[in-house]
Design a protein around this ligand. Structure first.
Ligand SMILES: [Zn+2]
Length: 113
């Protein structure tokens, strides 16, 4: 513990930053985002450095819209899409680094958002 976890309500979700457990860089379930680190306050982030924090925030916000549109199908579609991408050697987001929009996520992202 002692990683300065923080809770914010913004960008269409409850944001849990600097989660004390660590793990993946960020995960969005419904309107909840759990961050390993703090893209809203990169200087005080206890997790990974965000090369483009605003891009990472926008990326996870798009997942909240996907969750609103897909409902119970969001999680299976995200997991199946991620696994399909990994099997093809392209990483979970279909192209490499997290925090940026990638092909698979573009497919799922709501148009016009
Ligand atoms: Zn994503």
């Amino acid at each position: 513990m002692g990683k300065n976890p923080r809770i914010r309500v913004r960008d269409n979700a409850i944001q849990f930053t600097n989660n004390p457990v660590g793990g993946v860089s960020a995960i969005t379930l419904g309107n909840t985002v759990i961050w390993n680190g703090d893209p809203y306050d990169p200087k005080n982030s206890k997790g990974p450095l965000w090369p483009d924090p605003q891009n990472a925030i926008e990326h996870e916000k798009q997942h909240t819209y996907q969750g609103e549109q897909l409902g119970p199908f969001y999680l299976p579609s995200n997991v199946l899409g991620g696994l399909n991408s990994v099997v093809r050697g392209k990483g979970w987001h279909g192209g490499g680094a997290t925090g940026t929009r990638r092909a698979r996520c573009r497919i799922l992202h709501a148009p016009g958002r």
